[in-house]
Design a protein around this ligand. Structure first.
Ligand SMILES: Cc1cc2nc3c(=O)[nH]c(=O)nc-3n(C[C@H](O)[C@H](O)[C@H](O)COP(=O)(O)OP(=O)(O)OC[C@H]3O[C@@H](n4cnc5c(N)ncnc54)[C@H](O)[C@@H]3O)c2cc1C
Length: 314
C-alpha cells in the first residue's frame, strides 16, 4: 500500500514528491505519462522563476528536479493514470498498463492545457511569438505592440496586464460583445492603448526564423483582411483542465469541481474528498505559474503527510 500516489510529474507533482518523501512518507510513487517536467519544458525561455538568472529554457529549469526527489526516495512510474477512485479509506489507482495500485492518499497534479484557436501559423510560431501566457511572456514585448485573441474574462484581464508593459494592445474578438465581467469591460474601454477590434478572427500569423512579424485578421461581416504588424500574439480562448483521472464509471467526479472543471481546494490543497489533494494548474484559481504550482505541491504534500499520520497511525 502506497502512503501517497502523486498523479502528474510537472512542477506541482515533483515538488509534492520532494516534500512527501523528505517529510517522512515511506512509500510514494509519482506517475508521469511522459518525461517529468510538465508543460514548462515547452518554453524556450523562462525569466520569472525566483533565483534563476540568465537565459534558461523550461527544459533546463526542470532537468534537476526529478533527481532531487529521487534522492529522498520518490519512485517514478512512467505510465498514464486512467482513473483514481476510492473504496472505504483506500484509493485505487488504475494505470494504463492494466495494473491497479492502492494508496492511502492521492495528490492530483495533472495540470491543464490552454486551448488553441486553430489559425494558420499558430502551432508553427507557438513559443516563438505566439503565447498563451501574458505573465510568462509579456515582458519580452516591453514597449512593443502585441495582439490578443479572445473576448472572455481572461483575454480582457490579460490585455489590461499587457497594456501596462506594451506600447499598444490590439484586442481581437470574434463577436460584437465581450463575455466578461462588466467592470473588466469598463476598464478595457477606459484603457487608451487597447484598440478593440470586434467581429474579427485571425486568419494567419506569419514571420520568419526570428519569430512573428504580424497577424492577418478577417472581418466576419465584410471579409476584409487587415494586416497588423506585431511581434507577439497572445491567444486566450479557454483552457482544458486535465481532470479525466477523477471521472468515475458513473460519469460523476471523485471530488467537487467548479464550472470550468477545475478542482475546488482550500488553502491546504484539500479537495472535498478526505485524503485527496490537488495542486498546480488543475486547481481552482491557479495563477498558472511554475513557482505557484511548486508552492501548491509543497502545501499539498504537507497536508497529505498530516492526513496519513493522523488517519493511519497504529
Ligand atoms: C509555452 C509555455 C510557457 C510558459 N512559460 C511560463 C513562464 O515563463 N513562467 C511560469 O511561471 N510559467 C510558465 N508557464 C506555465 C507553467 O508551465 C505551468 O503553470 C506549470 O507547468 C503548471 O505546473 P503543473 O505541475 O500544475 O502542471 P503541468 O506542468 O501541466 O504538469 C502536469 C503533468 O501531468 C502529466 N499528466 C497529465 N495527466 C496525466 C495522467 N493521467 N497520468 C500521468 N501523468 C499525467 C503531464 O504529462 C504533465 O507532465 C508556461 C507554460 C507554457 C505551455
Amino acid at each position: 500500500m502506497l502512503d501517497c500516489a502523486i498523479v502528474g510529474g510537472g512542477p506541482a507533482g515533483l515538488t509534492a514528491g520532494l516534500y512527501t518523501t523528505r517529510g517522512g512518507l515511506g512509500n510514494v510513487i509519482m506517475y508521469e505519462k511522459g518525461l517529468p517536467g510538465g508543460q514548462i519544458t515547452q518554453s524556450s525561455e523562462i525569466e520569472n522563476y525566483p533565483g534563476v538568472t540568465g537565459e534558461i529554457t523550461g527544459m533546463d529549469l526542470m532537468q534537476p528536479w526529478p533527481e532531487q526527489c529521487m534522492k529522498f526516495g520518490l519512485k517514478h512510474e512512467m505510465v498514464e493514470v486512467l482513473q483514481v477512485s476510492k473504496d472505504g479509506d483506500v484509493f485505487k489507482i488504475k494505470r494504463g498498463d492494466g495494473k491497479v495500485d492502492e494508496a492511502r492518499s492521492v495528490i492530483v497534479c495533472t495540470g491543464s492545457v490552454p486551448k488553441r484557436a486553430g489559425f494558420k501559423g499558430e502551432d508553427e510560431f507557438f513559443g516563438r511569438g505566439v503565447s498563451t501566457c501574458a505573465t510568462c511572456d509579456g515582458f519580452f514585448y516591453k514597449d512593443k505592440e502585441v495582439a490578443v485573441i479572445g473576448g472572455g474574462d481572461t483575454a480582457l484581464e490579460e490585455s489590461l496586464y499587457l497594456a501596462k508593459i506594451c506600447s499598444k494592445v490590439y484586442l481581437i474578438h470574434r463577436r460584437d460583445k465581450y463575455r466578461a465581467a462588466p467592470n473588466t469591460i469598463k476598464r478595457v474601454e477606459n484603457t487608451p492603448n487597447i484598440e478593440r477590434i470586434y467581429n474579427s478572427i485571425p486568419d494567419e500569423v506569419y514571420g520568419d526564423n526570428m519569430g512573428v512579424n504580424g497577424i492577418k485578421i478577417r472581418n466576419r461581416e465584410t471579409g476584409e483582411i487587415t494586416d497588423i504588424k506585431v511581434p507577439g500574439v497572445f491567444v486566450f480562448v479557454g483552457n482544458n483542465v486535465n481532470n479525466e483521472v477523477l471521472k468515475q464509471d458513473d460519469g460523476t467526479f471523485l471530488c467537487e469541481l467548479n464550472e470550468q472543471g477545475q478542482v475546488k481546494v482550500n488553502l491546504r490543497m484539500e479537495t472535498s474528498l478526505e485524503g485527496l489533494f490537488a495542486a498546480g494548474d488543475i486547481r481552482e484559481d491557479a495563477p498558472k505559474q511554475v513557482v505557484c504550482a511548486a508552492g501548491d505541491g509543497a502545501a499539498a504534500a504537507l497536508s497529505a503527510i498530516s492526513y496519513v499520520d493522523e488517519k493511519f497511525q497504529d
